[in-house]
Design a binder for this molecule. Sequence first.
Ligand SMILES: [Zn+2]
Length: 306
Amino acid sequence: MSARSQVIVREVGLRDGLQSIDRTVDTRTKLEWLRGAYEAGIREIEVGSFVPARLMPQLADTAELVAYAKSLPGLTTSVLVPNLKGAQAALDSGAHVMLLPLSASHAHSLANLRKTPDAVVEEIGRIRALRDSSGSKCILEVGLSTAFGCTIQGQVPESEVMRLLMAVLDAGADRVGLADTVGYADPYQVKQLFEKAFAQVDDRLCCGHFHDTRGLGLANVFAAWETGIRRFDACTAGIGGCPHAPGASGNVATEDMAYLFASMGQTTGLAFEKLLALRANVAHWLEGERLYGSVWRAGLPKSMAR
Ligand SMILES: [Zn+2]
């Protein structure tokens, strides 16, 4: 893969970000957020999650967001799906990508999804069968979380991550990403695991998802980029977190990620000033919530073309 091939930044603030915040942002505001991200050049957005509304009322309007996102030309619409029922809702909505979470950590999987990792793999097989029988072209992408360590069980053996990676592809997932949702990864570990995974599954490895919990988010993004990954998740204003790591900061901030790649001369298609304008809006909509990120404080250096 050439150093210059375009980097895709998938905005996941409307899902990963909002699910960790107690307040419910109204649908009109979310549509404005979605539109703002699109106008800033984002071409892939995770708009919500098909989970029961009683568990996550913040995301109850996901179908409406998918419908709007699909009206924006060239935008790939992604939704998170925890089970077969959610997959049916995602297929009904016409979303382009289903993100299926799987914890590599046994303990985290039980706490988060109340299923063992292998039970989730079986569910992925059923979701694949459902997708195929529906005739839909929706892409099934597994997000393998706690791939670098876990707040409950601590270490997650690399051999277990590789086993699950193969298992989900065998079960019918189209592609897979590796995620550090708790900020345990370091750049060296990221490099090693992504290289190993690439060797095993080639371009079916398609995404890096890093939280900035301990300040290594962007360093980890860079390490994964060096191995050839060209698609990353990020949240405007770095929102998000982990229910099992109270007080933890969220995802790598979209605007910081845009800055990282722009400063290295890599194309993302993102308009920096518009990302900062969106960040300012998000700060207003989420007034009182803790936001993160660095670049917004000082803006772009004079040496960088806008
Ligand atoms: Zn996340």
